[in-house]
Structure formats: structure tokens, C-alpha cells
Design a protein around this ligand. Structure first.
Ligand code: HAM
Length: 418
């Protein structure tokens, strides 16, 4: 049996890097006031269709959608924002305190064509802020991402930022865009033509080379911003400059989801081939209301966890694993019993101890201790037990000492944990 296409096991040897990222991210999120939220993997299809948008690649082509046994239409979450908005509304969080900051870490599902950095089950580290309209929050989230990547030792990433405007400036942009598209109609793919009437903005993120070329000079939202959006974007930019966060204003950045308003951004890398976005986010001031809550500004981002780890693997080849402190060699039934109790006690006290229960020879067990990289080996045979003293060998210096059985555990802790 094999995993299904686009799904994969993350094996123990890769986990230290995942844990390192997770630890750093959680520490930073908590310092910025974010609280963890856990949301279901499965939701009603309608939630994603209404928030991400019916006419988007995710909803049209990539969702794992099925009817359950009673015919309810369900979808494996392709992202977290929609679910967190649903939760914010469902639990009426706005009533007690509209200002909320959440983060979540977990798997997402999109049926895309698998390749390096692109999987059908992938992981996101997601953060969302509700109830704050100030542009300072936009810059703070980009600053936070920048700080996290810095702490993880990543360089060569660039923040691309854009403003997608608001419902006030959209109509003027859409008119200009439609006029432009009309003039390029003969060069566009079928999908783009179909999207012209339904969702012209999505034509701008078409991946077909011909369309990309035809749309290179397409109008940009940035040239159609109303005064309020313009001021907002200027504040984001000046604040980032003051904070010494590098960014590139990228007029062509439109993101692939419909809910965005004003600031949108992506953190891009050149080291993963075609999959350049390590993180993406933006403001979505209309979504809470759209899904049935009160008008609430909101903003967030998601880091592609798999991609981040892949970028890190290029610079951080030797993430620390938990070293084996002690390997107990127990020879004979009596020693095995003693060894078992010692090992449990030591494990309980935070000393990583292993032993082998297969009744192997001294030679075989020494070999195993070496293979596991044990720092110390405790040798307990029938003779040692008769003399109430066991041998502790330092595998690095090869020095051996004899330890009294009565006081073994506290003595071991002193030596091994030094
Ligand atoms: P997104 O741009 O669709 O945004 O995804 C965010 C990140 O997830 C991407 O930049 C990428 O690193 C990673 N990602 C996406 N698809 C895949 C895949 N198939 N395989 C591996 N990694 C992938 C969102 O999901 C928004 N919900 C972000 C957001 C939060 N906006 C506001 N709040």
C-alpha cells in the first residue's frame, strides 16, 4: 500500500526542523498576543465557496468535496481563514471583544498538480486578526513574518506587497480592466474568457503563458485606489520603511482568493523553482459581514509550512535531535527487571534512556548503543548485581566508573545530565 498522489509521510528524521519552526512561530505569535485556535478539517462546502469565491481555481478545481452518507456537501479545508471567520461569527466573539488574534497550525487540502513545494495535503501556519482597521496592523503582520524568517536563519526572501482597494475603488478598476481584457480577448485562454463576466480579477492570476504575456500591461488596482485606500497603503509602506523591513511594491500581485481588500502580500523565494510563495496574506474587511457577522475589519496570512521547511533544509542541514543520554545493557532476567524499572524512572525524570528487551549478547548490545549514539552505557549483569554495583561507561571518553545500586538513579542523573 502506498500513500495517495500528493500526500506524503513526514518521517521522523525531518521532524526536528518542523518542530523548530513550530516552536519559534508559537513563541513569536504569543509575544504578539495571538491565541491558538483549533478548527475542524471538514466544513460545509458552502463556507469555502462563499468566502474564497465560486470563480477561483481553489473552488472550481482544487477542493476535495464529497457528499456524506446523508448527502451533506462537505469539503476538506483548503485554507484556514474561512473557518476562523466562521468560528468568530458562530461563537459571537465580536460581542465580548471584537479585537481578536488567532493562530493555527495544521493540514490543508488542495487537489493541485503535485511537484516540489506543492502537495495535495500541505500544512499552513496561519494567523488572523479581527477588529482592527489601522494600517499599523498590516505592517505589524509583515514585520512579524519578517522577524520569524530572520530567527529561522532565512535570507533571500522578499516581501511583495500590493493594495487591492476596497468596494469604493473596485468599480473604476474593474471597468478599466474589462476594457483592457476586451482588447486582448483573442489572446486569452478559454478559462479567462469564461471568467471575464464572472470574475475579471481572477484573469490576472492565470498561469497560462500566453495569457500572462497578453496581460503584462493590464491596469493595476494600485492606479485606481480611492484616497482612503491610498492613505492606508502609504502608512503600511512608511511604517515598514521605518522598521527596516524590505519590501517590493508589486502591482501585479492579486492573490488567488476573492476575499481580499486593500493590503495583500506574499513572501517569495527563488530557491523552490516554480513554487515561489512561502507565505501569503492580506486584509479582508468584508468577509465577516459577508458570512453573516457584523461589519468587522480583518487581516491575516498563512505560511506554507512544507515550503518553509524545504527552504530551511537548504541552509539548516543538521537540526538538533534529542540525543540518547543512556543505554542500559541488562544481561539476564534479574538484570532485565531491574533495568526496566531504572529506565522508566529515568525517563520519568527527563533522562532519555533506552534498553533492549530481546536478550541479546553484550557485544550485540554495545553495537546497538553505538548505533543509537548513546552518551553513556550502563552495564548490569548477574555479577554486578550480586556485588550491588553496576558499571557506567562514558561512550565518548571510554572511561568507566562503578555505581552503587542503592543510589543509582540520583547518581546517574548527576553524571548524565551534567
Ligand atoms: P494561499 O496563498 O492560498 O493563502 O496559501 C498560503 C501559502 O500556503 C502559500 O503561500 C504557500 O506557501 C502555501 N501553499 C498553498 N498551496 C500549497 C500546496 N498545494 N502545497 C504546498 N504549499 C501550499 C491562503 O491560504 C490564505 N488563507 C492566507 C490568508 C490568511 N489570508 C488571510 N489570512
Amino acid at each position: 500500500m502506498q500513500t495517495i498522489r500528493g500526500f506524503r509521510d513526514i518521517l521522523p528524521e525531518h521532524i526536528p526542523l518542523w518542530q523548530k519552526v513550530e516552536k519559534e512561530a508559537i513563541f513569536l505569535f504569543e509575544s504578539f498576543g495571538f491565541k491558538e485556535i483549533r478548527i475542524p478539517v471538514l466544513e460545509k462546502t458552502e463556507l469555502f465557496a462563499r468566502s474564497i469565491g465560486e470563480v477561483t481555481d481553489i473552488v472550481e478545481k482544487e477542493m476535495y468535496t464529497f457528499a456524506d452518507r446523508k448527502g451533506a456537501k462537505l469539503t476538506l479545508r483548503p485554507e484556514a481563514t474561512a473557518s476562523i471567520v466562521r468560528s468568530y461569527i458562530q461563537h459571537k466573539m465580536y460581542a465580548t471583544d471584537p479585537v481578536r488574534k488567532f493562530f493555527m497550525i495544521g493540514p490543508m487540502f488542495r487537489r493541485e498538480r503535485p511537484q516540489k513545494g506543492r502537495y495535495r495535503q500541505f500544512y499552513q501556519i496561519d494567523a488572523e486578526v479581527f477588529g482592527i482597521e489601522s494600517a499599523f496592523i498590516d505592517s505589524q503582520l509583515i514585520f512579524l513574518l519578517n522577524e520569524l524568517f530572520k530567527r529561522l536563519g532565512l535570507t533571500g526572501l522578499s516581501a511583495h506587497i500590493n493594495s487591492l482597494g476596497c468596494p469604493d475603488c473596485r468599480p473604476s478598476f474593474q471597468k478599466a480592466l474589462l476594457n483592457f481584457i476586451e482588447s486582448k480577448k483573442d489572446k486569452l485562454c478559454e478559462n479567462c474568457i469564461r471568467r471575464m463576466d464572472k470574475n475579471p480579477l481572477r484573469i490576472l492570476d492565470c498561469k497560462v503563458t500566453g495569457c500572462k504575456e497578453a496581460l503584462a500591461d493590464a491596469p493595476a488596482t494600485l492606479d485606481h485606489l480611492c484616497n482612503v485606500c491610498d492613505d492606508h497603503f502609504n502608512t503600511v509602506k512608511t511604517t515598514l520603511e521605518q522598521q527596516k523591513v524590505d519590501f517590493i511594491v508589486d502591482k501585479s500581485l492579486v492573490r488567488g482568493l476573492d476575499y481580499y481588500t486593500r493590503t495583500a502580500w506574499e513572501i517569495q523565494t527563488t530557491s523552490l523553482g516554480a513554487q515561489s510563495a512561502v507565505a501569503g496574506g492580506g486584509r479582508y474587511d468584508g468577509l465577516v459581514k459577508e458570512l453573516g457577522g457584523p461589519q468587522t475589519p480583518a487581516i491575516g496570512f498563512a505560511i506554507g509550512f512544507d515550503r518553509l521547511v524545504e527552504v530551511m533544509e537548504q541552509v539548516d542541514k543538521s537540526p538538533g535531535t534529542n540525543p540518547l543520554n543512556l543505554f542500559i545493557i541488562s544481561l539476564g532476567d534479574k538484570a532485565m527487571k531491574k533495568g526496566y524499572h531504572w529506565s522508566c524512572e529515568l525517563n520519568q525524570l527527563g533522562v532519555y534512556t533506552e534498553m533492549d528487551y530481546r536478550g541479546k549478547s553484550m557485544k550485540a548490545l554495545m553495537k546497538r548503543a553505538n548505533k543509537l549514539g548513546a552518551q553513556y552505557v550502563l552495564i548490569a549483569g548477574e555479577n554486578e548485581l550480586a556485588e550491588h554495583a553496576v558499571i557506567l561507561r562514558n561512550m565518548n571518553t571510554k572511561e568507566q566508573v562503578s555505581l552503587a545500586v542503592e543510589t543509582l538513579v540520583p547518581e546517574l542523573i548527576k553524571i548524565v545530565k551534567k
